[in-house]
Design a protein around this ligand. Structure first.
Ligand code: NZQ
Ligand code: ZN
Length: 392
């Protein structure tokens, strides 16, 4: 077991109707002027924004609004948000949406706190030293940004997608009402389940010591998400399945499933971030399109973890040969992705990168990780190219 720090300061308010408490929650945080930040329209159409505006008004909290966050949230809107917050003397940001809106709010929070060019934090030039306080009303179980230390932004001048991690951006409170996810298209629900799984899988597949308890939590989380993702394909209105997935989404990315391990691999995420920057795909679908190719490429380097995953998460009976068990697990995972409507290749994702584009994707992976990608196995540029090519 490795030493670790587990820091998860976010207050969670979980359950039906919880969004009506936001006014009181912001008051508790001493917020006086709020930026209400949201996406492309789903929160307005469902009536959620109106309920939140009422809650703010009832609590006597002034607010200004900035909508229009898109999936793979853009730096240009972040810059707009920073200017708006300065002009309106905003002291608290309320993100209403999914990972994209919350990540955009975190970037705005960094920009307002520090001044200067906010992209510096995403480009290794500066390290955050603070952030405006943020609250979240979650409308999609997926990215886990409501409890993570991460913000991922796409620079729409250079088309780079980059993340920055710091505890300063951790959300003060996360309001999670599973009913708010009932309006999600089936594809987005499935993308979310895929991303939730991957946040634990990235931590589970590592190359060093692990911790029995953490492995048990991780395996239970993965089994729960797989089971309930299948239920949601057939019964999208099943509240309990939505609730299980929503809570799993937060626990999967707040650090819990990595305690005492030697750190996560994160290669699949990096591969997806570059695909997302170049082709603007949904994050969860980009992950499932590349994961099998990565898994087959690296599994021999940590066969025992892949066998454990196959047996304990996917219920594969041990085969005579451990490598066979591991590969059966990878295939079973891909069958699951297909069952929930997720792609297992770049073609199924709807993209056909050329050789030159694959080389560029690999170059970007090297640059954004400073050539330090992969825990199960370090991946150099030629490995990345091979994995992208095999995923076609
Ligand atoms: O913009 P609206 O109209 O709200 O539509 C959104 C969007 O089109 C829609 N949606 C959300 N809630 C809805 C809804 N539609 C109907 N009903 C609802 N209740 O869903 C679409 C996707 O939303 P988005 O916020 O993009 O999804 P997600 O939570 O998957 O976030 C993806 C982003 O998070 C990043 C990803 O890279 C991607 O940019 N990630 C952030 C992480 C973090 N901060 O910790 C970790 C992740 O690994 C990930 O990289
Ligand atoms: Zn993710």
């Amino acid at each position: 077991m490795n030493d670790f720090i587990y820091y998860t300061p976010t207050k969670v308010i979980f359950g039906k109707g919880s969004e009506t408490k936001v006014g009181a929650l912001i008051k508790e945080q001493k917020g006086t002027k709020v930026l209400l930040h949201y996406g492309g329209g789903s929160a307005r159409r469902s009536g959620l924004l109106a309920r939140i505006e009422d809650s703010l008004s009832e609590a006597g909290i002034a607010y200004t609004e900035l909508g229009g966050v898109v999936p793979n949230p853009r730096l240009s809107l972040v810059r707009e948000g920073i200017e708006l917050c300065k002009k309106e003397n905003v002291d608290f940001i309320l993100a209403v949406g999914g990972g994209s809106v919350i990540d955009s709010a975190k970037a705005i929070g960094y920009g307002v706190y520090h001044g200067g060019d906010v992209w510096d934090f995403y480009n290794f030039k500066r390290t955050p030293e603070g952030c405006l306080p943020i609250g979240a009303v979650l409308t999609i179980a997926a990215a886990g940004s409501e409890m993570s230390d991460s913000s991922v932004i796409t620079n729409d001048e250079t088309w780079e997608k980059r993340g920055v991690n710091s505890n300063y951006c951790r959300v003060k409170f996360a309001v999670m009402n599973p009913e708010l996810t009932l309006t999600l298209p089936a594809y987005q629900t499935a993308c979310g389940c895929a991303d939730i799984l991957m946040h634990t899988m990235e931590r589970y597949f590592n190359h060093g010591d692990n911790m029995e308890l953490t492995d048990g939590i991780a395996e239970a989380l993965m089994r729960t998400v797989i089971k309930n993702a299948k239920i949601l394909v057939k019964e999208p209105e099943n509240y309990n399945a939505r609730a299980e997935v929503m809570w799993a989404g937060s626990l999967s990315h707040n650090g819990l499933t990595g305690c005492g391990t030697d750190g996560g691999d994160w290669a699949t995420h990096k591969f997806e971030h570059e695909i997302g920057a170049m082709f603007d795909v949904a994050h969860g679908a980009g992950l499932t399109a590349i994961w099998g190719s990565w898994a087959r490429y690296v599994c021999d380097a940590r066969l025992d973890r892949f066998v454990k995953f196959a047996e304990n998460v996917l219920g594969i009976a041990p085969r005579a040969d451990a490598a066979e068990t591991a590969r059966a697990g990878i295939e079973a995972m891909e069958d699951f992705y297909r069952e929930i409507g997720m792609p297992v290749s770049l073609t199924e994702l709807g993209i056909a990168p050329t050789d030159a584009q694959i080389e560029k994707l690999a170059d970007q992976c090297v640059a954004s990780t400073r050539d330090n990608l992969g825990k199960v196995r370090h991946l150099a540029k030629e490995d990345m190219i091979a994995i992208y090519q095999a995923a076609r």
